[in-house]
Ligand binder design. Structure first.
Ligand SMILES: Cc1cc2nc3c(=O)[nH]c(=O)nc-3n(C[C@H](O)[C@H](O)[C@H](O)COP(=O)(O)O)c2cc1C
Length: 350
């Protein structure tokens, strides 16, 4: 009751203010151990059928928090207690940066979608390292999503990714090379073969940690398929599909700024997963993200070849109970189809 009252209040406020308030609430919660334990009891679904071992780590369920929600890893214990199977923090850049001027986050509420032009606002890699160290070891696997600083020339981008991996390698279960945000000018130009191969090489030289690449939904199918091969051949441990879209026609009243996420992205995200899975399924881990808001959505992504999924926008509209609802719903769907567990569901339709 209390939680849903707070949630509807937050949805009536300016989106970025609401986000800051929610983050403060989560930070306060994790400072009070009994409250955190109670929150976890209310939210976490414990069932071995949801679990998978990936890269030698236990993922207790396949639902992760997408990058950008907790860019600076301020709320890892509370978000883990919310029931997520894993968390992706970042995007982090080497130096702190303020991001784009506000307003830069907008709701399209009737479409259950968001539009953001944040521009990698974050406290930088040293702050992130300290935050992660404070709560080490983390209760769930942690991915660190890395990006270049806005003012780093594209020709020097690899150096930013290299220092990020070097600085954070002891505090990440996996890295995601983010070359698909629409809010850092030129970043998406790195989505071509030589650049991807080079970035992977540079990152892998610095650490044994699995390195993944996050792709945009706005590439042609063939370009995404080709890039997926380049990434896997270059040693990528996985692909994250997808970032936000700049297809502004999806939202009639959208201003042409930033990227769209949520329900309007759902179809393209699933489509691109199908394209990429048919090319590289079995050769790397696929993480599907974009417009996922229900257990049915998650089940469809698993069957299409995703090992893991992530949500962001659905958490904003659905509130903290959504993780539990999805995990419980997923168990019912497995039962209904006589599928033993999540690993057995992955890739059935490929
Ligand atoms: C406000 C906001 C900030 C985001 N920041 C990042 C980011 O820093 N790095 C990143 O890789 N993706 C970022 N994303 C994209 C999400 O991680 C995700 O790929 C996208 O929102 C699609 O998932 P969804 O439909 O469940 O929201 C952001 C999304 C939103 C809405």
């Amino acid at each position: 009751m209390f939680e849903s009252a707070i949630h509807s209040l937050l949805l009536r406020m300016d989106p970025e203010t609401a986000h800051s308030l929610a983050m403060s609430g989560l930070r306060r919660l994790q400072q009070v151990a009994p409250a955190l334990r109670r929150f976890e009891r209310q939210h976490r679904v414990v069932d071995s059928r949801l679990a998978q071992e990936i890269w030698g780590r236990q993922f207790l369920n396949p639902i992760g928090l997408a990058a950008g929600f907790d860019k600076d890893a301020f709320a890892v214990p509370a978000l883990a207690a919310m029931g997520f199977g894993f968390l992706e923090v970042g995007t982090v850049t080497p130096k702190p940066q303020a991001g784009n001027p506000r307003p830069r986050l907008f709701r399209h509420r009737e479409l259950r979608s968001l539009q953001n032009a944040m521009g990698f606002n974050n406290a930088g890699m040293e702050s992130l390292r300290r935050r992660l160290a404070e709560n080490w070891p983390p209760p769930v696997p942690i991915g660190v999503n890395i990006g270049k600083n806005r003012h780093t020339e594209l020709s020097a981008a690899a150096e930013d990714y290299r220092v990020l991996v070097r600085h954070l390698r002891a505090k990440a279960d996996y890295f995601v090379v983010n070359i698909s945000s629409p809010n850092t000018p030129g970043l998406r130009d790195l989505q071509q073969s030589e650049a991807v191969a080079r970035l992977l090489e540079v990152c892998q030289k610095e650490a044994d940690t699995p390195v993944l690449v996050k792709l945009s939904p706005d590439m042609e199918d063939q370009a995404a398929a080709d890039l997926a091969h380049v990434a896997v051949d270059g040693g990528a441990a996985g692909l994250v599909l997808t970032n936000t879209t700049v297809d502004y026609e999806l939202v009639p009243e959208a201003l042409p700024v930033g990227g769209l996420s949520g329900r309007v992205l759902r179809r393209r995200s699933l489509e691109l997963l199908n394209v990429v899975a048919s090319e590289v399924f079995g050769r790397c881990v696929l993480i599907s993200v974009g417009g996922i808001e229900s257990a049915t959505d998650v089940y469809a992504r698993l069957r299409a070849g995703a090992h893991l999924v992530q949500i962001y926008t659905a958490l904003i509209y659905g509130g903290s109970r959504i993780v539990r609802e999805i995990n419980e719903g997923l168990l019912s769907l497995l039962d209904q189809d006589n599928v033993a567990d999540v690993p057995s569901a992955v890739g059935l339709d490929v």
